[in-house]
Design a protein around this ligand. Structure first.
Ligand code: BDR
Ligand code: CA
Length: 312
């Protein structure tokens, strides 16, 4: 089955891998890439998205990049330069973009695209702060009934990374995340509980390097920088490649084990602002529109990534 996807991202090393996974997988129909300020400024992440599309060659031809919000809804932007570097994609030489950003705001593009397609066909995949997605559903409330699903990378039910309990994408724009998880649409939260299982081990890196193409060389360069940043900043031996876990779930739902759970986002806590709160008490609720990702089938995940990179 093929998935019509809008990828809303802030590339970002792992966002770039998510883009390449989508572009190299025939069953993902990438309708557009929308960008949002997060890992770096809007100008930088937009340029990075265009560079990744240029690198992907014909697979990316015709896929538009639509710049969105340059800052969170309420709070100041605090970029993740410590993890992603000054460009947002440090560690590689960025290919020169072969196209300009589209002249339509991300929010307008999302609304237009979802509303013109049959209900239940478009999946939104946010892998950055949720600013664009929140504005889109406020701008056009009927979006909630038309989107097939929101599969987001963000949050965590056990821990954070920007603070003890808040993950970067949610902590950057908690008000937007609050809107998104409280909307009446299906949400799958692929949080740190899951993505910390998606470690790019040396064996994974060797397999990608073995492909021996400009795309695989680019990914190896990204992973090298990402590894050092995660070692330095967060004490990881291998870097967690968060964002492509969302796309992998669409390609093969069996890659993730999920559990239904009511979800919310803490806005006011002095120590907990930006924390995602999943209610995991008692038996799994039947009529719950949100679920959290719990367990990753690492082998299946990396084999999807490697096949996509090989196909590009
Ligand atoms: C998330 O934050 C960003 O740094 C990554 O791109 C990922 O989306 C992980 O917390
Ligand atoms: Ca991201």
């Amino acid at each position: 089955m093929s998935h019509q996807v809008i990828l809303d991202c802030d590339p970002g090393h792992d966002d770039a891998v998510a883009m390449l996974l989508a572009l190299g997988s025939p069953s993902i129909d990438l309708l557009g890439v929308t960008t949002v300020a997060g890992n770096q400024t809007l100008a930088k992440v937009t340029r990075n998205a265009l560079s990744v599309l240029a690198l992907s060659g014909h697979a990316g031809a015709g896929v538009g990049v639509y710049p969105g919000c340059a800052r969170p809804l309420v709070r100041e932007l605090a970029v993740a330069e410590d993890i992603h570097g000054e460009s947002g994609l440090d560690g590689v030489e960025l290919p020169v973009p072969t196209a300009a950003p589209r002249d339509e705001h991300a929010v307008d593009f999302i609304v237009r695209t979802v509303m013109k397609r049959p209900p239940g066909t478009v999946t939104l995949v946010p892998t950055g702060p949720l600013t664009n997605i929140a504005l889109a559903v406020r701008r056009e409330p009927r979006l909630a009934g038309r989107v097939r699903e929101v599969v987001l990378m963000g949050g965590g039910y056990q821990r954070g990374n920007t603070t003890a309990v808040a993950e970067f994408n949610i902590r950057t724009d908690p008000e937007a995340a609050h809107i998104v998880v409280n909307e009446d649409w299906p949400v799958t939260m692929v949080g740190l509980d899951l993505t910390h299982q998606a470690l790019a081990t040396p064996a994974v890196e060797r397999e990608i390097a073995g492909i021996g193409s400009p795309v695989s060389d680019f990914v190896v360069g990204l992973l090298g920088f990402f590894r050092q940043a995660y070692q330095r900043q967060q004490g990881f031996a291998d870097p967690p490649v968060h964002d492509p876990c969302t796309i992998a779930y669409l390609l093969d739902p069996g890659v993730l084990t999920t559990r239904r759970a009511p979800l919310d986002v803490e806005l006011r806590g002095e120590l907990t602002a930006g924390m995602t709160v999943a209610d995991l008490r008692g038996p799994e609720p039947e009529n719950c529109r949100s679920q959290v990702a719990v367990c990753l089938d690492r082998e299946r995940f990396w084999s999807l990534v490697v096949s996509a990179l090989r196909a590009l």
